[in-house]
Design a protein around this ligand. Structure first.
Ligand code: ATP
Ligand code: MG
Length: 171
């Protein structure tokens, strides 16, 4: 299983647990950050993220790391994390992932822009890990990477994100 703090980000406080004896330390690591932690079954499979901009999904990114999972080190410190965009998924699977990302976003009442993270299980089913409502926006971040693949440069992306914050009035 994997143990996570309930509302952190950047994989902070997360541990993979392979045997019961590792659980107390994983729980302590997670609850160092906040009182609520949870555990999920470990998923073995490829990892994908789908950025959403103005109600549409951008091309999926497949993430590969030689580490046990996409942890803090793999995200920010290592140079052996690999990102593939286009993701290598077949057209239909890419469309399914995009639809799933949009419906997850919708189900949470999110709108505008963001990112949904997935893993594929051994049967090729996409499992939603989480949605991110304010994902990273450095020039190395995943949303700008997906936007680039769709022909949207960083400045244009920032404008489009700002456009999502324009308030609609009904009067
Ligand atoms: N159930 C799982 N099975 C296997 N690996 C997992 C599982 N859940 C998460 N992971 C790994 O841990 C990473 C971080 O998980 P998650 O996205 O839930 O955390 P986060 O801290 O909210 O991340 P973010 O920086 O995207 O906000 C995932 O990208 C994935 O590599
Ligand atoms: Mg994540």
């Amino acid at each position: 299983m994997i143990v996570k703090p309930a509302s952190q980000g950047s994989s902070v406080g997360m541990s993979r647990v392979e045997r019961a004896s590792e659980l107390p330390a994983a729980w302590r690591a997670a609850t160092q950050h906040e009182p609520v932690a949870f555990a999920e079954p470990w998923i073995t499979g490829a990892e994908y993220t789908v950025a959403i901009l103005q109600g549409k999904a951008l091309p999926a990114i497949r993430i590969e790391t030689p580490r046990s999972f996409y942890d803090y080190e793999a995200k920010y410190l290592r140079n052996d994390t690999r990102y593939f965009c286009p993701s290598g998924l077949a057209v239909a699977a890419e469309a399914d992932l995009a639809a799933l990302a949009l419906s997850a976003f919708d189900a949470c009442g999110a709108e505008g822009w963001g990112r949904a993270d997935f893993m594929m299980d051994s049967q090729g089913r996409a499992l939603l890990l989480e949605i991110n409502t304010v994902p990273g926006m450095t020039d190395h971040s995943l949303v700008p990477m997906a936007a680039r693949a769709a022909g949207i440069d960083f400045d244009e992306l920032v404008w489009r994100v700002l456009e999502t914050s324009l308030v609609r009035t009904t009067c």
